[in-house]
Design a protein around this ligand. Structure first.
Ligand code: A2P
Length: 257
């Protein structure tokens, strides 16, 4: 039996020459937890070529959303970048991942720390009502090089404000969206690691410093950023969690891009 199902592309939007999002149909038997990733790909020269992709839609949604970079000459993304409505993509049958609510112990605040397309699993989680039922405050932060790369996150949060299931939580102020750039001027600028270290990130939103008693964190993005945050949380006494042993922070080890 094939390890994947064939799904149909139902939506495509290009954000920059390097970033695009698309949606596909979802097999009725496909189950996953918000925040997980799955193998996704195409038949290329008669052979399946699949890579790990975070599912950017919540577990209750009828469709599947993805957010991707295009790598010039990349075997999969350079072909995937040309997909059109009605095209077929392959979606693996076994979703996995550590960025799930069940890998964290209860707390007051949930931080979602992303760079670039690392926002994708959080696009899933901020549309899941369980996120707001478990945490009083949810802080989504995305850092990109340029302002244009933040647009997906802005569109996501704006659309989620009107969402029938979770819009009321956002309208009540339960979600903070921090969008920052590192290579162009913007309201919020600089690497998040540095904004956290100098305290400016917390001051911007009137938040207390990270505290393992009250705060939980999920990290997804550039490897260098994940490594730095992992150390920062460990130094502050946070314990890494997993579904079998929930803790105070988790990070995505398989993320590339
Ligand atoms: P910077 O522009 O200072 O490198 P990339 O496009 O290379 O994947 O990076 C995405 C974003 O992640 C960029 O804004 C980049 O900042 C930032 N970044 C890269 N490494 C780190 C790190 N170690 N800590 C925090 N942010 C980082």
């Amino acid at each position: 039996m094939a390890a994947y199902t064939e799904e149909t592309v139902t939506f495509v939007k290009h954000y920059t020459d390097r970033l695009f999002t698309f949606s596909t149909t979802r097999d009725r038997g496909f189950r996953f937890r918000s925040g997980e990733f799955v193998m996704l790909g195409l038949m290329i020269d008669g052979k399946p070529l699949l890579r790990a992709y975070s599912i950017a839609s919540p577990e209750w949604d009828e469709k599947l959303d993805f957010y991707s970079i295009k790598v010039a000459g990349g075997p999969l993304t350079s072909v995937l970048a040309d997909i059109k409505l009605g095209d077929k993509v392959l979606v693996g049958k076994k979703p996995v991942g550590t960025l799930v609510l069940d890998a964290l112990t209860p707390g007051k605040r949930l931080y979602m720390l992303a760079t670039g397309t690392g926002i994708a699993p959080f696009a899933s989680l901020i549309r899941d009502p369980n996120t707001y039922e478990r945490y009083e405050q949810v802080i989504l932060t995305q850092t990109c090089r340029q302002v244009a790369e933040l647009q997906y996150g802005y569109d996501l949060v704006r659309d989620t404000l009107d969402d029938l299931l979770v819009g009321e939580y956002l309208r009540a102020g339960q979600l903070i969206h921090d969008a920052a750039t590192t290579r162009e001027p913007h309201t919020h600028a600089g690497r998040l690691t540095e904004r956290v270290a100098d305290g400016s990130f917390f001051k911007d939103y009137g938040l207390p410093e990270f505290n393992p008693e009250t705060d939980r964190a999920m990290i997804c993005g550039s490897l260098a950023m994940s490594v730095e945050f992992k150390k920062m949380f460990e130094d502050r006494g946070f314990i890494e969690g997993s579904v079998s042993a929930p803790g105070q922070y988790v990070y995505e080890k398989s993320f590339v891009g």
